[in-house]
Design a binder for this molecule. Structure first.
Ligand code: DX5
Ligand code: ZN
Length: 220
């Protein structure tokens, strides 16, 4: 299980400093790209990914919350993205999945809180990561929606029975109160924005969240 700090909650004027604060405790940064159309907020784009790439060797997990991801895929990958996740709500993702795969980066598919597992199931054999949103995308700092744990459990069951090589990532409202339930339900990657960068010591916050997640799945 891994914690992926979401830089959406970092200080964009001191991004490299904030990355340094978590760098020795994580393998991956979660990068939220919002276009003001697919979600009602604008965050960051290709130039920020390119700057991050120069500042860190951490895996850059790019979550595209944009209307036309196909138009931007190559630019994000050229800028240094290590993984690209696209929303299933945009329609059949097969072409996008194939294009991301062909570029040699990790392929992620995202499901909103009200999207059932059945909507992503047909693509499970083609993806590396299933990103389950535990808030409606658009903003950091929202409250965790516990109903999405059913989707995580369905995905976990599917993976465990089929042997599909897919990691489950959960994103939104993950903090000291909610992380145990997400880990217990079967998430492998836990995205946390405000709970990490809102803390006085983001590195310590990552270590504490990670310990809580591990404890939640430890054999009793
Ligand atoms: C929401 C984003 C999340 C968000 C998580 O649209 O996809 O990654 O940054 O932030 P917290 O952890 O604050 O809910
Ligand atoms: Zn995200």
């Amino acid at each position: 299980m891994r914690i992926a700090p979401s830089i959406l909650a970092a200080d964009f004027a001191h991004l490299a400093d904030d990355v340094d604060r978590v760098a020795s405790d994580v393998e991956m940064l979660h990068v939220d790209v919002m276009d003001g159309h697919f979600v009602p907020n604008i965050s960051l784009g290709v130039p920020v990914v390119a700057s991050l790439r120069k500042a860190t060797d951490l895996f850059l997990d790019c979550h595209l919350m944009i209307d036309n991801p196909g138009d931007m895929l190559d630019a994000f990958i050229d800028a240094g993205a290590d993984g690209i996740s696209v929303h299933v709500e945009l329609g059949d993702p097969t072409v996008l999945i194939d294009r991301i795969r062909a570029r040699g980066v990790r392929v992620g598919l995202v499901a909103n809180p009200d999207t059932p597992f059945s909507a992503v199931e047909p693509y499970m054999s083609q993806i590396d990561t299933l990103l389950v949103m535990s808030v409606f995308p658009g903003f950091g700092g929202q409250s965790f929606i516990p109903e999405v744990l059913d989707t995580v459990r369905s995905a976990r069951r599917y993976i465990d029975t089929s042997g599909a090589a897919v990691e489950i990532e959960i994103d939104g409202g993950i903090n000291a109160v909610t992380i145990a339930s997400a880990a217990e339900a079967g998430a492998d990657i836990l995205v946390a924005g405000s709970a990490v960068f809102g803390a006085d010591d983001p590195g310590a916050a990552v270590r504490a969240l990670s310990a809580q997640a591990q404890a939640a799945v430890a054999p009793r």
